[in-house]
Design a protein around this ligand. Structure first.
Ligand SMILES: [Mn+2]
Length: 335
């Protein structure tokens, strides 16, 4: 939980500012969008003016979180650089890392003195003077919930739904190790305030495309085990993506199925982005710290879910990452 100093910082900054821009990381997920929407509802209740500007579009399965009066705008330098430059406060949500801002990095760095960062990721570099970061929080929406409630806000139905989506996303529907009693207590309160758990699961998890489903089938059929059966590996090359028409689908959830295998505690998915780049998704259970593993290759994320984009071929990336992963698993097993 965040301390009284963080609450005071939040209140001071919010009270002093009249206009806000909210932003988050590349490829916004449920916690990113949930944090933006819930904080926006709070700021509107205070009569504040705000814009929400993201680098990437809101995925279709998260659009139900966005109430009609809010617009999550897609960053266009010609329009939004002036918005970032003119806002009293820029709130960076669910992201501390400048390199996860994409093309927005330059303009947000330029505004750094007016940036408040609210996040739960461990960060390598944090150039933001105002930050409320709690690595123990299982979602950024938990921090937003605590800050806004302490500031006297009662989430309405839309805010409660948005907060719940962040909590459900980042705890894997209340099953990851980060899931605390506190997370369930907040969830209970959010249900009382109107969040709909059945709809949340349907929207988030039951809108898979045929292409994704076929790619999942391919991945399950081709999975390999290594590291004494602890590491499950899937390689997806461009040919497979074309055959399954899955070039644009999000493959990160395939790891969930891999981790369901008995004995597997680390799932690694290598996906060929083009001839020179490979995306690596890392998921783990228990003590295997994939954030550290990803960090060795310039990637980032959380202890149990991280990602890397590597230059090189699919086989080259797999060789390098798997060599490190096997050593990590051995060290973990003997430690
Ligand atoms: Mn998050």
């Amino acid at each position: 939980m965040i301390g009284s100093e963080a609450h005071a910082t939040f209140r001071r900054l919010i009270d002093a500012a009249g206009s806000f821009v909210l932003a988050t990381h590349l490829n916004p997920d449920g916690d990113a969008v949930g944090s933006e929407v819930s904080l926006a509802r709070f700021l509107h209740s205070r009569g504040k003016a705000l814009r929400i500007v993201n680098h990437d579009p809101t995925p279709p399965n998260l659009q139900f979180v966005v109430p009609p009066e809010l617009s999550l705008e897609l960053y266009r330098p010609a329009e939004h650089d002036a918005v970032f430059a003119g806002a009293d406060l820029v709130v960076l949500l669910d992201n501390s890392a400048p390199d996860r801002l994409g093309a927005m990095e330059r303009v947000i760095r330029a505004a750094a003195a007016r940036v408040l960062c609210i996040d739960h990721h461990p960060a390598r570099e944090m150039p933001w003077p105002h930050r409320i970061v709690d690595e123990r929080a299982c979602a950024t929406t938990v921090i937003v919930y605590e800050l806004t409630r302490a500031a006297g806000f009662t989430p309405d139905r839309a805010a409660a739904q948005a907060l719940y989506v962040g909590l459900a996303t980042d705890t894997g529907f209340f099953r990851f190790k980060s899931t605390s009693a506190h997370a369930h207590e907040i969830a209970a309160e959010l249900l009382r305030l109107g969040a709909d758990p059945a709809r949340t699961f349907q929207e988030l998890c039951e809108r898979n495309s045929l292409a994704y489903t076929r790619l999942l089938g391919h991945s399950l059929a081709e999975v390999e085990l290594t590291g004494g059966g602890v590491i499950a590996v899937v390689r997806i090359d461009r040919g497979v993506l074309e055959r399954t028409s899955a070039s644009d689908v999000d493959t990160s959830e395939i790891s969930t199925a891999l981790l369901a295998m008995d004995g597997v505690r680390l799932a690694i998915l290598f996906r060929e982005l083009d001839a020179e780049r490979v995306k690596v998704s890392l998921r783990s259970k228990g003590g295997i710290d994939v954030h550290r593993l990803a960090g060795e290759f310039g990637g980032g994320g959380h202890r149990n879910a991280s990602g890397i984009v590597m230059s090189g071929t699919l086989d080259g990336a797999a060789r390098e990452v798997l060599a490190r992963a096997r050593r990590l698993v051995e060290a973990e097993g003997s430690g």
